[in-house]
Design a protein around this ligand. Sequence first.
Ligand code: HEM
Length: 407
Amino acid sequence: MSQAQALKTAQTCPYQPGTDERKSAAAAAGSEARTRKLANGGIKVENFQLTRKILRSGGTRQAGFMADLVMKASAQGSTPVLFQEGEVHQKQRTASARFFAPRVVTSRYRDLMNMLSDRLMGRLKAAGRADLSDMSLEMAVAVAAEIIGLTDSSLAGMSRRLNSFFTRGVKRNISPLRAMLGRILNNLNLLGFYWLDVKPAIRSRRRAPKEDVISHLISQGYSNREILTECMTYGAAGMVTTREFIVMAAWHLLEQDELRARFVGTDEAERIAILEEILRLEPVVGALYRRAQCDLTFEHDGETTHIPAGTLIDMDVRAANADPVAAGECPYQLVPERAETKGLMGSMSFGDGNHRCPGAAVALQESAIFLERLLKMPGLRLEKPPTLEWNTLTVGYELRDAIIAVN
Ligand code: HEM
């Protein structure tokens, strides 16, 4: 289907333009930080195919997730994987691929995901109610911690520390004094994360290496400080994202009885297809930033795009995911069987190219396991929908205070 045909299809969609099922659409539209970032020069890309071409081109480097700050801080040593390029990056990805291989995800981590979900459901049953964003944090932190190798400290303590320096949206519009206190607390939590979580993990792996990221980094000669930075990257990339997504998916599923019944009544493959469709509509990472390293030229859909060296490129994941060429009809509707539609190109929610998320299969599988157990609980209801705040770093949502209850 050509872009023009696809656009026509989207415009004739019976649901458009009235209905938009995205819960995060309004918050995304009002994000000013993004406009400011582009104000000093840069281009915004909303087209799915062009986004894919840029991410696969190799002539760019990471410009999101405070890249300038991270690059400055790690000028003397190794940079975290998210900020590397070229051969160094390729070597790290090849080496860590063994932690994310489909066989490893479906076998090695499955037992852990089942056990964690059962434990969390047991606690919910006993207490009668819980904050879903606390439950999803514990789940996401525990799974990522196993992959990274952060398993020598208290899970509850580590979740608390990570939550305090990664939650950003709720800290908007506060007084300068509270902002300063917040920064001090963040630094204390970072110190705590290093001394209580990262250092004990490094110490035990220096004695006895395991099959995890920290053991791999030690074998590559990384210093403790470099390992801490990499753990922070994984913390943000793997824990925070999955935690938010689980709450968003639950929110949609708890509000749609038919979809919920379908989700719990089917197999894991279909559950994952439903989750992928929710993630397409509601990407946790709403923009991918790159800076052109040389002059770049792209041909797409009969057009030529020139991007001069040094240009900041803001690729709008939300727009790319709704691009009719990739999404087909009714791009703002939650259509579980969308992936079965012929000609679909997928979504940008896990990125693309050399930095595409290695944890995609982990995130989808753990969300499917957790949500299946949660949603089949008799009498489960959403007592209070989450509050939605905007995180300017991920250009995505933060969902808090989602109160669920069981009879
Ligand atoms: C729903 C959950 C998740 C979402 C939406 C997500 C999204 C993303 C996206 C969009 C990127 C690419 C960033 C860019 O190109 O600038 C990325 C990279 C990454 N993700 Fe995920 N992620 C998720 C879960 C995970 C998990 C569970 C892990 C590991 C435990 C993980 C580890 C990583 C790492 C290490 C990178 C950097 C890869 C590289 O730069 O080569 N992610 N993620």
